[in-house]
Design a protein around this ligand. Structure first.
Ligand code: CA
Ligand code: CA
Ligand code: CA
Length: 214
């Protein structure tokens, strides 16, 4: 029993020092949650984590035809816990849930050859990203791996299909209808940071099982 506890403590130490902390970092915060490649092009962000000041964050978009652009989140914009915001190419007056950039995104359902997007914080750190089939964009920090999100983007709708973020296209589905400012099919909206609790729950279960044996 003592050996087991020592092993589990060391496992926890290793996980918290080297693995889980960084691995889970993106999943606890803001994600690119949904895209609309039709009229009008838009991006939905969702915040799994605590309230976040997004002043001077940047959303970068591009396509395989060689077009790209940047949206700068305005100074003072804060995205609350479990809140959505839409970034749109339209022009208008910004609200708490919709930011207008008056700058065309060139994404299309099937003529772009592939599309990609990435979200950067004010220090330039990449927070989240996605890539479709056909895209050769390598999102920093160069950690995206296949499979890619499907392309064409059926019905101009691409969306995260769960609360899990694996930094692959498996997290994304296409088709159906857009759900702006609402959870997507397959999402609970609860923090996938909670997956941190899974190893602990398992550890407690093991400890209890061993205790019961004693
Ligand atoms: Ca479009
Ligand atoms: Ca457009
Ligand atoms: Ca949605």
């Amino acid at each position: 029993m003592k050996k087991l506890i020592a092993f589990l403590i060391s496992l926890l130490f290793v996980a918290s020092t080297f693995g889980i902390g960084t691995l889970m970092a993106n999943r606890c915060g803001i994600v690119i949650n949904e895209i609309n490649t039709g009229e009008e092009d838009m991006v939905e962000l969702y915040n799994y984590g605590p309230s976040q000041d997004m002043s001077n964050w940047r959303f970068y978009w591009q396509d395989q035809r060689g077009t790209s652009g940047n949206f700068r989140i305005p100074q003072g914009f804060v995205l609350g816990h479990n809140q959505f915001v839409i970034l749109t190419e339209e022009s208008g007056t910004n609200t708490a849930t919709k930011l207008y950039f008056n700058s065309n995104i060139m994404w299309t359902e099937f003529e772009s050859g592939g599309i990609a997007g990435a979200l950067f914080d004010s220090t330039g750190k990449c927070i989240d990203y996605f890539r479709t089939e056909g895209s050769t964009y390598v999102p920093p920090p160069n950690s995206w791996s296949g499979p890619d999100m499907p392309y064409p983007v059926t019905n101009n709708v691409g969306y995260r299909n769960s609360d899990i973020d694996t930094d692959t296209g498996k997290d994304w589905s296409v088709g159906g209808t857009n759900t702006p400012l609402a959870l997507n099919p397959g999402q609970t909206g609860q923090s996938s940071c909670n997956s941190k609790a899974l190893p602990m729950a398992q550890i407690l279960k093991i400890l209890k099982a061993n205790k019961d044996k004693e």
